[in-house]
Design a protein around this ligand. Sequence first.
Ligand code: 3HC
Ligand code: NAI
Length: 706
Amino acid sequence: MAPDIASPAVTSRLLGKVLLVSVDNPPVNAVGVDVRRGLVSAIDAAQADQAVAAVLIVGAGRNFIAGADIREFGQPPQPPALPEVCNRIEASSKPVIAALHGAALGGGLEVALAAHYRLAVNGVKLGLPEVQLGLMPGAGGTQRAPRLIGMAPALELMLSGRHVGAEEALALGLVDRLGRSDDTLAEGLAYAQELLAGGAAVRRTRDAQALADRAASRAALDAARADVAARSRGLFSPHKIVEAVEAALDLPFDEGLRLERTLFLQCIDSPQRAGLIHAFFAEREVAKAPETKAAQPRPLTSAGVVGGGTMGAGIAVAMLDAGMTVTMIERDEESLARGRANVEKVYDGLVAKGRLSAEAKAAVMARFGGATAYDALSQADVVVEAVFEDMAVKQAVFAELNRVCKPGAVLATNTSYLDIDVIAASISRPQDVLGLHFFSPAHIMKLLEIVVPAKVSADAVATGFELAKKLRKVAVRAGVCDGFIGNRILAVYRQAADVMVEDGASPYQIDAALREFGYPMGPYQVSDLAGGDIGWATRKRRAATRDPRARYVEIADRICERGWFGQKTGRGWYLYAKRSRSGMPDPEVLAIVDAERKRAGITPRRFSNEEIVRRYLAAMINEGANVVHEGIALRPLDVDVTFVAGYGFPRHRGGPMKYADMVGLPRVLADIREFGREDPLFWRPSPLLVDLVEHNRNFDSLNRAA
Ligand code: 3HC
Ligand code: NAI
């Protein structure tokens, strides 16, 4: 049989009696319209061709099939739909075998489930991750997976979206056998020939019996429903998954499929799908900063960290976890011992929980060294400074780095706010200096702002991005300004929140309103977690340059003056019982708020939760627009990723700029103008926002143009 030229994305070749159908749609073999058409015509051809006894489906390149082509969602549908393709595969009168390697995810796994036999090789990643995109399996997965592997495991796969490796897939019954080698094609062919030799018949997943124990299946379904009600509040698709899977128990297969389709289309139409898919693509776009295209990263094996406090220790752990060797510099032996203990504490915690063996901890710590003399950094490829937030202290550290580090070493600062151009200018190699702004706790938080000062060379920046990849961080390129992207915008919306507190909302109402919006915590809970002293120090530093006409709310200062810095002092905006991390509202804080309102001559008014969110988001979006306008962020999507990855912004809303697009920029601008009637200095519309509204454009148009 000649290769199928009707669809370049799927080719067919007859090998003996087996029709080899290869999906070839780089980069990840997503099932777009060409793949769907190609699969259908290959199956049709196999039915018609006497010479074909069985069909073997494989993926070309590094993956089987990574799922439906998510770029098509929201576009007009192009037939055949994927459920139809899967039904045609399953209905084949000749056995269909899927041989899986790499990603077999979402629609990819659904294609495999529609086949009659499945083989997987090492390194395979199976899963139904649709939930992470605001979706549910929409090509039979909700009906076939439970019938094949049972209610509880199928629901767990769909609701977590996690990937399953080869051994587990075999144990679950998702695949029938594992290949002995990594050669998917050879293993798949051998399996197909063996099946033919044994006279194996077609075996349809729709007829599988793993739900036969109805009572146990019902109990698993009820448990999942209760879990979703408790843990996925505010999310759309997890509820739809449970509803669809219930049909696998209660309805005939074809009716279940029809219900799945209806619910899937509801998910497609949901704003959460738009937000989550935006977040998925935005996280991949941010990695493509201009410097990563223009230059090659420098070598990255050994690292130095200066300072072993909260951040230095966390950064060291992140680097050790990535397999790097790390040398920590502290000011004296006592501080160094504390720094080492901070690092060890993290691993001891894992050992205590049984997630790491004592030997594995020892192996990691063997890559860790400490010193009080800078010469220990002479061979480091990259050094991250995380000492006190003080320009003179940082410059003294950089002078030492300048003295001892080898030529080409990347010299980074973790400063939160200080001017990195000034730090760079203080040494003789500004081309090697940049900001690597980690977030606390640095070994856990996903975000890394890569701050690019004027004189740094492109390959040093590319090295920053390479380091982020190694550490599995989401790196966002930021320009130099006070607070870079994240903390600069944070200062503005936090000010909007403080003003609302002074005007009549309680900090507890504000936190509750933002949790309702989808944040895991409100801003005052976050402040208590991070330590109120950090923001207090920043406010004091900025006091001298603050516009004297700007409104300044002193409530937070009154709280800090009492030494109430949050969880670490047992008291902040909330009261914390001994060792408790969840705080109680504090009547004394409310009394302070009251006293401050009186002092400022303000008669408190009521705020609805909706108004709180509207003001908070308007402040965030407006400053986000300024940050893009000034080139501090490359595009609106860089602001989105910063807030989703580093500031708890609800991922299903895509990020503040995506949220603004969904609300509509004219409405956001109208809000800002309305609020500006009370305080025109604070609520100055960003020139970029005004311009976009005037030209009837949205933020996403800037993402696409970049
Ligand atoms: N559709 C369209 N493009 C996709 C895609 C998909 N399903 N999956 C990945 N891509 C694109 C990425 O955007 C990226 O494009 P770029 O090079 O232009 O930036 C490129 O493929 C490579 O992706 P990664 O950078 O993520 O490559 P990795 O090798 O790191 O990871 C992966 C590969 C594990 C497959 C990862 O891309 C992934 O998890 N993809 C999404 C899988 C998924 O969610 N599938 C379910 C889709 S929904 C569905 O199937 C509905 C069905 O039930 C009807
Ligand atoms: P920290 O006070 O916990 O730790 C600072 C450490 O630096 C101390 O262990 C101290 O002994 C050491 N140190 C001070 N001077 C030194 C010197 N000359 N040589 C060697 N070591 C020295 O402070 P933290 O919170 O770790 O902050 C460090 C830096 O990270 C600051 O620039 C801060 O702005 C920034 N940052 C902090 C975040 C946070 O949430 N704590 C988040 C992101 C950045």
